[in-house]
Design a binder for this molecule. Structure first.
Ligand SMILES: NC(=O)c1ccc[n+]([C@@H]2O[C@H](COP(=O)([O-])OP(=O)(O)OC[C@H]3O[C@@H](n4cnc5c(N)ncnc54)[C@H](OP(=O)(O)O)[C@@H]3O)[C@@H](O)[C@H]2O)c1
Length: 251
């Protein structure tokens, strides 16, 4: 296998306890990155650490509830003291609720925006500060959604959060231009991927199984290989947003 340009770089993956984040973390580990991962379910991160071959000195798992900014900042501070700072940030953590715009609860709406928008922005700000300070040609990738490009019925608030991620991608690109920074920002916008996400949103195993049996879905590894491609494109090439649907997904 060709040596990755990112060998030895410091990568942080949010939401690595399952699904897309976990698959991306595994790929970055095989590319030779020093790997920091976070999620609430620390036992999942411990299991990932055990599963990955190689020296455990290059792995740090953080139990972080992304709705708590102080816990995000503590994680960045630990990464800086151990490894100097973050070179690659993959914002994969995300959440959703079945909630209506007509009679939904603010707690659900706040949860969606706290994780999908605010925490993503805090992590991005901190990573950009690390990259600017150390003058590293870093890369930030938001795991967005096809729901940043069209609004599925019943998912108005979730789609609003992902439309925000789309705006944040372009907003950061413009700010980085002003700074003449050699830092790239990209988004990946998947359609249905078979992960724990449908059960997280519907709170029902049966409904999740139904959702994933309508057509052949994408797998987390399909998204990880797209992230790999984006990261390994030449430095002068910035993939802005990659839209990926399962071939048989109608909407
Ligand atoms: N699956 C799909 O069909 C699909 C389609 C388009 C876009 N996406 C996007 O892809 C991203 C990854 O989702 P996935 O499909 O991999 O779903 P998943 O398997 O449910 O993973 C979601 C991850 O986010 C973490 N997370 C959620 N709330 C958190 C919080 N408050 N604090 C810390 N971590 C939190 C979860 O960790 P803990 O629960 O352990 O904290 C988990 O690791 C999300 O941004 C999602 O919107 C998914």
């Amino acid at each position: 296998m060709e040596q990755s340009r990112w060998k030895g770089a410091v990568a942080l993956v949010t939401g690595a306890s399952s699904g897309i984040g976990r698959a991306v973390a595994k790929d970055l580990h095989s590319a030779g990155c020093k790997l920091a991962v976070c999620a609430r379910r620390i036992e999942r991160l411990d299991a990932l650490k055990d599963e990955l071959q190689g020296t455990h000195a290059d792995f740090q798992g953080f139990q972080v509830d992304l709705r708590d900014t102080s816990s995000i900042l503590a994680m960045f501070s630990k990464i800086r003291s151990q490894w100097g700072g973050v070179d690659i940030l993959i914002n994969s953590a995300g959440t959703g609720h079945m909630t209506s715009l007509i009679d939904g609860a603010e707690d659900d709406w706040r949860d969606i925006f706290d994780v999908n928008v605010l925490a993503l922005s805090v992590c991005t700000r901190e990573a950009v500060q690390d990259m600017l300070r150390r003058q590293t040609p870093g890369h930030i990738i938001h795991i967005s959604s096809m729901s940043a490009h069209r609004v599925p019925k019943g998912a108005g608030m979730y789609a609003a959060s992902k439309y925000a991620v789309r705006a944040l991608t372009e907003g950061l690109r413009l700010e980085l231009q002003e700074h003449h920074a050699d830092i790239r920002i990209s988004s990946v916008s998947p359609g249905t991927v078979e992960t724990e996400f449908a059960e997280r949103v519907t709170k029902s195993k049966d409904l999740a199984t139904q959702i994933y049996s309508r057509f052949k879905t994408l797998q987390a590894e399909d998204i990880a290989s797209t992230v790999h491609f984006i990261l390994h494109a030449p430095q002068h090439m910035q993939l802005h947003d990659v839209l990926i649907r399962p071939t048989k997904q109608p909407s």
